[in-house]
Write a protein that binds this ligand. Structure first.
Ligand SMILES: Nc1ncnc2c1ncn2[C@@H]1O[C@H](COP(=O)(O)OP(=O)(O)OP(=O)(O)O)[C@@H](O)[C@H]1O
Ligand SMILES: [Mg+2]
Length: 323
């Protein structure tokens, strides 16, 4: 469905390029909720922007590409980096980070729905027909159709996020990308949003990609996930396997830091910080924070390797020292 083919990207800055995505290579399948996790600044949003083909200056693709392919209404499609934007809303949609601010606060929601529906969508002949379908769709999502007459500034943060998700899924896209969809919302609202995304995925049987720095969100919602560290994918696999038996020392730290109901043992934070992308260390970028790092780790970059079927990790210690 989405093939990320040896993708490397950078940001052009006055002090030279800052490499943010480094040779990321994996696939996201049909009919799954795929999670992308990692600390702030590791490149999650940059990767999602590349998936959505928002590659605009200062972001540059240095090498590799993305291929979005699938089938909709009996027709197959395939788009590469540079073409994916032709199919925005229809085959792929995007809920950006801090999405709450993407709605124009002083334009009624009905106009924002009408503006987002591609002109080539011929399903509804008149504006009234389109709005009737939007109202029905809101009802299907347990939202009031009266919202269409409201202005975004009148809605709570949680309600605005639900409306944005409704907007992003109205055209039944094959892929929905959601960047930190629950950040800045209280836990009850967060749960409601996650349930909404899960329900929609079951209904559409499509692909959802959820970016979150919150491992708890991945545990609750995603089927498979990738862990990013300093612009690289360091682990990939089924979410339950990653939580049950993390392989990469960084994933072990992320999973170990997650509180669990009933577990009163003290939690250890993750010592240190990710390296500055402007001046990353040689070798494995996690080595300066890894208690088991060896000379090899400080010298050469570990490649992502298949450890078990469908389970990948990038660490020199695999099969050594019980990594
Ligand atoms: N327009 C830009 N110009 C230069 N550097 C940028 C630009 N946008 C992002 N970066 C850098 O790229 C790196 C990755 O940023 P990105 O937003 O992808 O991280 P993230 O994992 O989504 O972080 P967060 O969890 O805080 O949202 C950061 O170091 C950031 O400073
Ligand atoms: Mg981000």
């Amino acid at each position: 469905m989405i093939k990320i083919d040896h993708l490397s990207t950078s940001y052009s800055t006055i002090s030279g390029p800052v490499h943010v995505i480094n040779d990321v290579d994996f696939e996201i399948y049909d009919n799954e909720i795929f999670g992308i996790a990692g600390e702030s600044g590791c490149g999650k949003t940059t990767l999602l922007k590349a998936l959505y083909d928002i590659i605009e200056f200062p972001m540059v693709v240095d090498s590799g590409k993305l291929i979005l392919s699938g089938e909709k209404y009996g027709k197959t499609f395939s788009y590469e980096t540079g073409q994916i934007r032709k199919t925005w809303w229809n085959n792929i949609s995007y809920v950006p980070q801090a999405a709450q601010s993407v709605l124009n606060p002083i334009v009624p929601l009905k106009n924002q729905f009408l503006d987002s529906i591609p002109k080539e969508d011929k399903r509804y002949k008149t504006k009234e027909q389109t709005l009737k379908r939007v109202a029905d769709y809101l009802e299907e999502l347990s939202l009031s159709p009266d919202l269409l007459n409201a202005y975004p500034f009148q809605l709570s943060g949680g309600m605005r996020q639900r409306v944005i998700i409704a907007l992003a899924t109205f055209m039944s896209p094959n892929v929905v990308l959601a960047d930190e969809p629950t950040t800045a919302l209280d836990v009850v609202v967060q749960r409601g949003i996650l349930m909404m995304l899960m329900r929609l995925q079951k209904q559409l049987k499509n692909t959802m990609v959820i970016v979150s720095h919150d491992m708890g969100v991945h545990y609750q919602v995603t089927d498979r996930m990738g862990i990013m560290y300093s612009g690289s994918l360091v682990e990939l696999g089924k979410t339950e396997d990653i939580f049950e038996k993390p392989i990469h020392p960084y994933t072990k730290m992320l999973v170990g830091a997650l509180p669990r109901v009933g577990d009163k043992s003290p939690k250890t934070g993750i010592p240190g910080r990710p390296p500055a992308l402007t001046n990353p260390p040689a070798g494995c970028r996690f080595a300066p924070r890894c208690q088991r790092a060896t000379e090899e780790c400080r010298k050469s970059v570990p490649k992502l390797q298949e450890v078990e079927p469908g389970r990948f990790a990038a660490c020199h210690l695999i099969n050594k020292n019980g990594c």
